[in-house]
Ligand binder design. Structure first.
Ligand code: MSP
Length: 522
């Protein structure tokens, strides 16, 4: 069991047949926001991402370009690593399935499972979805007119001698797991889909292939067989844990994925883990706490595709980053993304609308007003430290609301609401009017302290998404030590930080360029 204060979050490991796009950056950003918030509340976080390299489509894509598979995989793994750095992802490790540490682990696990009979040699014939690297059951193949349910590419008939994983044994344990742990699959509606499909029956699944070349992990003791890419891939979550050094992080707190790969994570992966526990003794590798499956981004109202020209690739994301700042993109992902069961539409006009209303007019403008008034009426300093009367209770009300998603990404919106509350407070108390009469000076000082202090509290809610700009706010209000605290993971205490009164009397608020300048298309 993991220690109570540890928090292990993963993204899927991404195929290296092509370069990263919005979907990959989105999942990584959401995981990053969750990881940062967890570090902030004092958990010891392990945040894992990486690349899935042994897929047939990687081999094909490389040969289309006249490159060796290794060279193409290296190039794209590098592109993912770089993209995650460029987009502020704070992962603690980056695993590639072509690494020795991973390959050795996969071989060990597969040998163990063969020894207990959970893996056995048999015959398989069925419909194969090359684009998704998976077999599609007869009924589902028929339902989708023998095309991929995901990509619509034609399925191919495949027959082969395979090693199988005895998934059929795990229907009952799986249903019990879903019953026992209601948070195992999130959101709720996804869990019901999974339960429905398990009840239709689980068949054993092939976990090896022959004749597809030697790019992959060969089956221990029978090198004619290569281990199926999905079994190889799922095991990354355990191989990266390096069981001696990072054991205390296990089991995973959240595997964050999208709906396309839910079945593998919600059914095959826990069944595999139960089988491994059987081989190694219980609790060696227990099942994750939660598999969270978000939905998809579509673009300008349609499924993204290169031929439609609405595909949001890395270059475009860089374009948004340059024009609006990285924080704006992260904020859009956090507040407008497909975190629940509905797909999200990424449109430029919506992006600009959200940027202007939430970031320029609210988060940025409110800070600007507070600093300007403080400089104009109080020589730039918060001269009077007071309680939160008129504002504190409202902040507490907002803070006590549970965010809609179980990951806590919704806390980012709490930050925006708090800033709206500051704006209403300014509207009600009218410090700019009071300041016209010198006898009101202490009242003005009180109001401005309250605004700045409330903004400080809001900044802590916003920081996991708006990391650059809120760090800037901390700099401008003498709180740069926060960043030091956040660098030492596990030492933050959000309750203490968000308690009223963090800004000390005499704090100077520094002027600076607008946090989020208003954007207009001209
Ligand atoms: N390699 C497998 C995963 C193995 S995990 C043990 C794989 N890779 S992938 O490169 O295809 O990435 C799929 C994931 O990318 C999705 O689950 C999701 O996290 C992300 N997205 C890909 N397209 C997406 C959208 N259009 N919208 C949102 N996220 C999407 O599957």
């Amino acid at each position: 069991m993991n220690s109570d204060d540890s928090f292990y979050i993963s993204t899927p490991i991404f195929y290296v047949n092509d370069r990263p796009h919005i979907g990959h950056i989105y999942t990584a950003t959401i995981a990053d926001i969750v990881a940062r918030r967890q570090r902030m509340i004092g958990r010891e976080v392990f945040f894992l991402t990486g690349t899935d390299e042994h897929a047939a489509k990687v081999v094909d894509a490389a040969s289309d370009r006249g490159l060796s598979t290794r060279a193409w995989a290296d190039q794209n793994a590098g592109a993912f690593r770089k993209a995650f750095q460029d987009f502020g992802i704070s992962n603690d490790d980056f695993i590639r399935t072509s690494e020795q540490r991973h390959i050795e682990f996969v071989e060990k696990v597969v040998s163990d499972l063969e020894a207990t009979g959970d893996v056995y040699l048999g015959q398989y014939e069925g419909w194969y979805d090359v684009s998704q690297e998976e077999y599609v059951p007869e009924s589902r193949a028929k339902e989708h007119e023998f095309c991929s349910p995901v990509t619509r590419k034609p399925l191919v008939r495949r027959a082969e001698e395979n090693y199988f994983f005895r998934l059929s044994e795990y229907s009952k344990p799986m249903l019990e797991l879903l019953e026992r742990n209601p948070d195992f699959v999130k959101p709720e509606a996804r869990k019901n889909e999974v339960i429905g499909r398990i009840k239709e029956g689980l068949a054993d699944v092939p976990i090896s292939r022959t004749g597809g070349g030697d790019w992959g992990v060969s089956f221990p003791g029978n090198p004619k067989h290569m281990i199926y890419v999905w079994i190889d891939a799922l095991l990354n979550y355990a191989s990266a844990i390096d069981l001696d050094r990072r054991r205390h992080y296990w089991p995973a707190t959240v595997h964050l994925i999208a709906k396309d790969i839910l079945w593998f994570h919600a059914v095959i992966w826990p069944s595999l883990l139960m089988a491994i526990s059987k081989a190694r003794g219980n609790e060696w590798l227990s099942v994750p706490n939660t598999v969270y499956a978000h939905s998809f981004w579509i673009s300008e109202g349609q499924k993204m595709s290169k031929s439609l020209g609405n595909f949001i690739d890395l270059e475009q994301l860089h374009g948004y980053k340059e024009r609006f700042g990285l924080d704006a993109l992260r904020f859009f992902f956090a507040t407008q993304g497909p975190l629940d069961t509905m797909d999200g539409d990424f449109s430029r006009s919506r992006f600009i609308e959200v940027y202007n209303s939430d970031l320029a007019n609210t988060v940025g403008n409110s800070w600007n007003r507070i600093v300007n008034m403080t400089r104009r009426y109080c020589a730039g300093r918060l001269n009077r430290k007071v309680d939160g009367e008129g504002l504190g209770a409202e902040l507490e009300r907002i803070a006590s609301k549970k965010p809609q998603d179980s990951l806590g990404v919704g806390y980012v919106s709490h930050g925006v609401e708090m800033i709206k509350a500051i704006d209403s407070y300014i509207q009600e108390t009218q410090p700019f009017k009071l300041a016209k009469d010198a006898s009101n000076s202490s009242q003005v000082e009180e109001i401005l302290y309250r605004c700045a202090e409330a903004y400080r509290i809001a900044s802590l809610y916003l920081w996991p998404a708006l990391t650059e700009k809120m760090t800037e706010v901390w700099y401008r209000s003498g709180l740069l030590s926060y960043t030091e605290v956040l660098k030492n993971r596990g030492s933050g205490d959000l309750e203490q930080w968000t308690a009223w009164g963090g800004l000390s009397e005499g704090t100077e608020l520094l002027e600076g360029p607008a946090l989020f300048p208003r954007y207009s298309e001209e």
